[in-house]
Design a protein around this ligand. Sequence first.
Ligand code: NIG
Ligand code: FE
Length: 407
Amino acid sequence: MEMLYRGIAELVTCRGGVRRGRAMQDAGVVKDGAFLVQDGVIERVGTRGELEKGYRGEAYDCGGALVTPGFVDSHTHLVFGGERAEEFGWRLRGDSYLSIMERGGGIVKTVDATRKASEGELLARAKKHLANMRRMGVTGVEIKSGYGLESETELKQIAVIGALQKSERMQVVGTFMGAHAIPRGWDADAYIDLCINELLPQAAKTGVCDFADIFVERGAFTAAQAERYLRRARELGFGLKVHSDEMTASGGTELGVKLGAKSADHLLKIRDEDIVRLSKSDTVATVLPLTAFCLGEEYAPARRLIDGGAIVAAGSDFNPGSCCTYNVPLMIALMCIYMKMTVDEVLSALTINGAAACGRERETGSIESGKWADFVIFDCDSRECLPYYTGMNLVRSVFIKGEKTDG
Ligand code: NIG
Ligand code: FE
C-alpha cells in the first residue's frame, strides 16, 4: 500500500546518517514537507510540491503539524519485578544511591522481586511500559536484563525481551547485563567467572541480545573485571555497552573506547581526558538526563561532548532504582534547559543517534528512503514547541512501520 504524508509544517528528517559533533545541530528539517510510504517503508522525502507532482495515490493530511522520526530509547531496564519507592524516600531524606547499595539495598532488592515474578507477570508489566512509551513517541527501545544475576532469572528476563521482539511492532533490541551488580554472597571476580563461563554463553545461545553491558562503578565492577567480561562477550558475538562514570569516575569510558564498545552510557562524572577519548571515537556517548534529574546529580557534559565531536545519544535509563521514569517530554526539556543542547541536537540524539547506539541506524531513526516508516505527528507546528511546552506530551499519533498505533 502506498501513502503520501503531507500537510507537514516542519518535517524533521534526521536524514544523512549518524550525527557527530557539530552535525547534530542540523536535524534535516524540510519546511512544508511530505514523504511517501510504500508497504511500511519510506520511499521518497521532500517538499509537498515535489512529492505531489504527478502523484495520484492516497494521501494523509497531517494538518500543518510537526513530524519527526520516532524516538529510539537506547537504554532501559524495563523488565523487572517489584518497586523501590521506599529507597526513593530515603534518597529524598539525604541518603545517596551508593550508600543504599552498600547497605544491601539497590539493585539486589529488585533482583529478589524479579526472581519471584513469573515470566507472564514480567511480560504484562513490560508491555504496559512499552505502550506508555509509544504514546510519547518512542518507536524503538533497548532493554537490558540484569535483575537475575543467576542463570534462571537472567534467562527469564531474556525470554520476556524475546517475547516482546515477537509481539511488538516497535523495534526491541536486547542487551544481556548479567554484570549489573554483585549478587549477595558472591565475590565480584568469582561472579565475573560465572558470567564468562555460563551466563554469557547461555545468553548468546538465545539469540535475543545484540549487546552485553556491565556496570563499572565503585561497589559494582572494576574496569579490570569489566575487561574480562567484555572481551568474552565480544568473542561470543555481542556488541559491547558500558555503564560508565555514573556515580564515580571508574575507568569504564576509557575501557569502552579501548574495546570499541558501541556505547558508553551515563557519563555524569566523566574525566576530561575521557571526554576527549570518547569524542574522537566511534563509541556513542549516551546521556541519560532523567537519571541525573532523579538522583539530583549534575548532568552529563553533553555540550562539551558535542563540541568535542562525539556522537551523542539520549536514553531514559528507566529502572526501578535510580530513574523510575521514561518521560520523553521531560527528557527533552532537561536537555535543552540544563544541558544547553539545541532542539536539533536533542532530536538528533533521540532519533538517529539513539538508533546508532542500538546498531539499528540502517532501519530506523530517520525519515529517509529505505527506512521503516517510524514517525510521530505532534500537536504543534514547530520543534521549538517541544521544550517550550515543558514536560507536556504533544504527541498526536505514532506510526510504526507505516501503521498508526492505537492511542
Ligand atoms: O543505570 N547503574 C546501574 N543500573 C541502573 C540502576 C538500576 C537500579 O538501581 O535498579 C542505572 O542507573
Ligand atoms: Fe542503566
